[in-house]
Design a protein around this ligand. Sequence first.
Ligand SMILES: [Zn+2]
Length: 408
Amino acid sequence: MLAGVGRSVMKGRGRALVAIAAVLLGAFAVAASHAATTVAGLVKVRLGGDAEQTRIVMDLDQAATGKLISDGADGRAILVLNGSTAQGELQGGAQGLVKSWLIDQTAGGARLQMDLVAGAHVKRRFLLPPADGIDHYRYVVDVAPGGLAPPLKPGDVTLASATAAVAAKLRPQIVPVRATALSLKRVIVIDAGHGGHDPGAQGALGYEKDVNLASAQALKARLERTGRYRVVMTRDADVYVPLESRVRIAQHAGADLFISLHSDSGPDASLRGASVYTLSDKATGRSQRFVSRDDWFMKASLTGDRGVSDILLDLTQRATRNRSAGFAQTLVNHVEGKAALLRRSQRDAGFMVLLAPDVPAVLLEMGFLSNPDDEAFLRDPGQRTRLMAAVGDAIDDYFAETTRLASR
Ligand SMILES: [Zn+2]
C-alpha cells in the first residue's frame, strides 16, 4: 500500500525559476553555466600525510562547492563536490588515516568516499583558487585522528596559510587516475514499508508490514552474499519509522540505491501482480519544499543564492529521476516471470519515501495481499527468496552497467 504525497504540487514553479534565472543571469551567469553545461571536472586526486593528519587534494578545472554528507566519525566520510564531474571512477588504497577511498559520480556531483581508521574524521575542507603558479582550483580535505583535536601549532596549515608552501610531510603524492576494480562497497538502502502501529494493507492471513520486512531481510541476505554491497535497512524489526526518517537514513548512509518494498491491496480481489514506481515530475514541488525545510540541499551555488540553488536542485533531480527510471526498467525485466506483473508495471508516482533528491530510488509493490494467489506467493518463504533473488540480479545488472559507463 502506498503512502501518497497528495496534491501539494507547487504550481507555476518552473516559470518562477525561469524568471529568477533571467534576473540573475548577469551576476551569476558563470555559476549557472557550470551547472548546466561545462561542469567542473575533477582532474586529479592526491593524498599525503600520515596518522597525525592526512590530506586529500582534488584538482579541479573550475571552482566547485563541497557538501559534507558524513564526517567519517562512523567509519566512512562522504563529501560531494556539487556540480562537478569525475572523469570515470577513481580509487586508491591506504594513506595515513585513510584506509581506502573512491570517487564516483552522483547526480549531485563527484563524490569522495573514504573509509577512515577508527575515530578519524574530516577536520576541515576548503577550496583554493589558482595562485602561486598553480593554474587550477584545488579542493582540500584534511582528516584528523580521533580524540581531542590538537591545538594549531606554528607552521600548521590553516585556511589562511594554505596557499603558502605546504609542510613537506603533507605534500600529497600523485595518484594514477584510472578506473579499476572497486574497493568500496555499493551502499543499498532497503526500506521495508510500514511497521509498528502502521500495519499497511491487510490480507486474509496477515499484515503487509510483516511481508515487507521478511522480503527486505531476504533481499539483504541475497545482496550481502555477493560481498559487493553494504546494506542499510530503514527498519529491521516491527517498529514504526516515519517517512522523513527513512529518506534521511538513505541520505546519511550515502546510498547508491534506495529500494522500498511494499505489498498492494485493492477493492477487486482479482487484481494481482507487481508494480515498480519511480518519482514523477508532479512530486518535484513537494520535494523542494521538504528539502528546504530539512536543509538537505545546502547552498549549492558559488553565490549561495536561492535562485541558483533551486536550478541546481532541479538538475539534480532530473538526473536522479533518469537513473531511477533506468533501474526501474531493469527491475521490471528481472521480476517479470518471477511474479505476475500488472500491465503497466512501471509507473510514476509522488511518494514521500522516494523524494531524496540525489539518491536513485524505486518503490516495488510486490503483489496484492487482497488477491489470494499473490498473498500465498508473498507469504511463502521460498517464493519470496526467489523474487528477491530476481531483485538482487537487477541490482547487480544496474551497477555493472553504471560501472561500464563510468569507465568508458
Ligand atoms: Zn505499503
